[in-house]
Design a protein around this ligand. Structure first.
Ligand SMILES: *Cc1c(COP(=O)(O)O)cnc(C)c1O
Length: 294
C-alpha cells in the first residue's frame, strides 16, 4: 500500500508531550528522597516568535523562559499575547544588569528571576519591586557558576550561602525559590554524571544546613535540552528546555538583542581596558550570531 510520508515537522504540542513524558520517566528514576516534587518544565522561547509561544500555551504549557530583557519586554507587552495567554508565567533566565531591572520588573506576568547572582543586584531588584507596591514578593533564584567558566554568570559555589543569607535577611520583597545553574556546555551526558549538577546539589546542602532551610523548600533549576533527564535524576526540580521544543535557534536576533548582548559583555568586563572590552563585545556578538544560525 502506498503511504504518503508526512513532510510536516512534529507540532510543538507533540514535542511538548514527548518532553513531559521523558520528564515523568526520569522523575520515577530518582531516589525516593527526591520524589517529593514533579519537575517544572520551563519552555525557553528566546528568539522564537509569539506564534510559537501561543501554540505551546494552547497545548497547556504555562511557564516560559526568556534571556534578554528587551525581547521579554516586547513579548510580555504584546496585546495579542496578553489577551490570549492570561495565565502565562515568564521566567527571566539571562544575565541581568542593574540598569535593566526596572524594565524587567515592569513586564506583565513576570513570575521568577532565575539569575540573581550578587548582592547589589538582589538589592536593586528588591528595592524596585518594593516601589511597585505589588501584592507579594517576586520569586527569584540565586544563580551559581558551577563550572567556574569565566563566560558564565553566577556566584561561586563558596559564596552561595552568603548570597542566600543576604537575600533572606535583607530583601523582604524577594521570595528565594532556589538555586540555578547553567553548567558547562561541553559535558556529554553519556560520559557520566555532570559535575556541575553535583556541585549545585552540594551547594543546596550547604545552604540548607547553614540557614536551616528544609531541602524541599529550595528548588534546583538545572538541565536543558541535552541533559535534562540526567539533571532530574540528580534532583533538578526545574528544567529549562528550548531547542527540543521549539527547534534550534534559527531566527536572526533583533538589533536590540544584539546591542543588549554587547552591553552585557561590556558590563562583564568593566575592569578590563578598552581594547579588551571591544574584543569581548565582538566575540559575544559573533557568538550570538552563530547561535542564531545553527
Ligand atoms: C537557551 C537557554 C536554555 C535552553 O537551552 P536548550 O539547549 O535550547 O534547551 C536554558 N537555560 C538558559 C539559561 C538558556 O539561555
Amino acid at each position: 500500500m502506498l503511504r504518503r510520508m508526512s513532510t510536516e515537522a512534529p507540532s510543538i504540542a507533540l514535542k511538548l508531550k514527548v518532553v513531559l513524558g521523558k520528564i515523568q520517566v526520569a522523575s520515577e528514576k530518582r531516589p525516593e528522597a527526591l520524589q517529593y516534587a514533579t519537575p517544572l518544565l520551563v519552555a525557553v522561547s528566546k528568539t522564537k516568535g509569539l506564534d510559537m509561544v501561543m501554540e505551546a500555551y494552547d497545548a497547556g504549557q504555562r511557564h516560559f523562559g526568556e534571556n534578554y530583557v528587551q525581547e521579554l519586554d516586547e513579548k510580555g507587552h504584546d496585546i495579542e499575547l496578553l489577551d490570549h495567554c492570561e495565565d502565562i508565567k515568564w521566567h527571566f533566565i539571562g544575565r541581568l544588569q542593574r540598569n535593566k531591572v526596572a524594565k524587567l520588573l515592569g513586564v506583565p506576568n513576570l513570575y521568577m528571576i532565575e539569575t540573581v547572582d550578587n548582592e547589589r543586584l538582589a538589592k536593586a531588584v528588591n528595592d524596585t519591586w518594593g516601589k511597585l507596591n505589588k501584592p507579594g514578593p517576586i520569586k527569584c533564584m540565586a544563580q551559581v557558576n558551577s563550572s567556574g567558566e569565566e563566560s558564565k554568570s553566577g556566584c561561586t559555589p563558596d559564596s552561595a550561602v552568603e548570597l542566600v543569607r543576604y537575600i533572606k535577611e535583607n530583601c523582604p520583597h524577594l521570595d528565594l525559590a532556589g538555586l540555578m545553574t547553567i553548567g558547562s556546555y561541553d559535558h556529554d551526558p553519556k560520559s557520566g554524571i555532570n559535575p556541575d549538577f553535583e556541585t549545585l546539589v552540594k551547594v543546596r546542602e550547604d545552604v540548607c544546613k547553614a540557614l536551616s532551610i528544609p531541602t524541599e523548600k529550595l528548588d534546583l533549576s538545572m538541565g536543558m535540552s541535552g541533559d535534562y533527564e540526567q539533571a532530574i535524576e540528580m534532583g533538578s526540580t526545574i528544567v529549562r528546555i528550548g531547542s527540543t521544543i521549539f527547534g534550534s535557534r534559527n531566527t536572526v536576533p533583533s538589533q536590540a538583542t544584539l546591542e543588549e548582548a554587547a552591553e552585557q559583555a561590556k558590563g562583564q568586563d568593566k575592569d578590563l581596558d578598552k581594547s579588551t572590552q571591544e574584543e569581548a563585545v565582538k566575540s559575544q556578538t559573533s557568538q550570538l550570531k552563530k547561535l542564531s544560525v545553527d
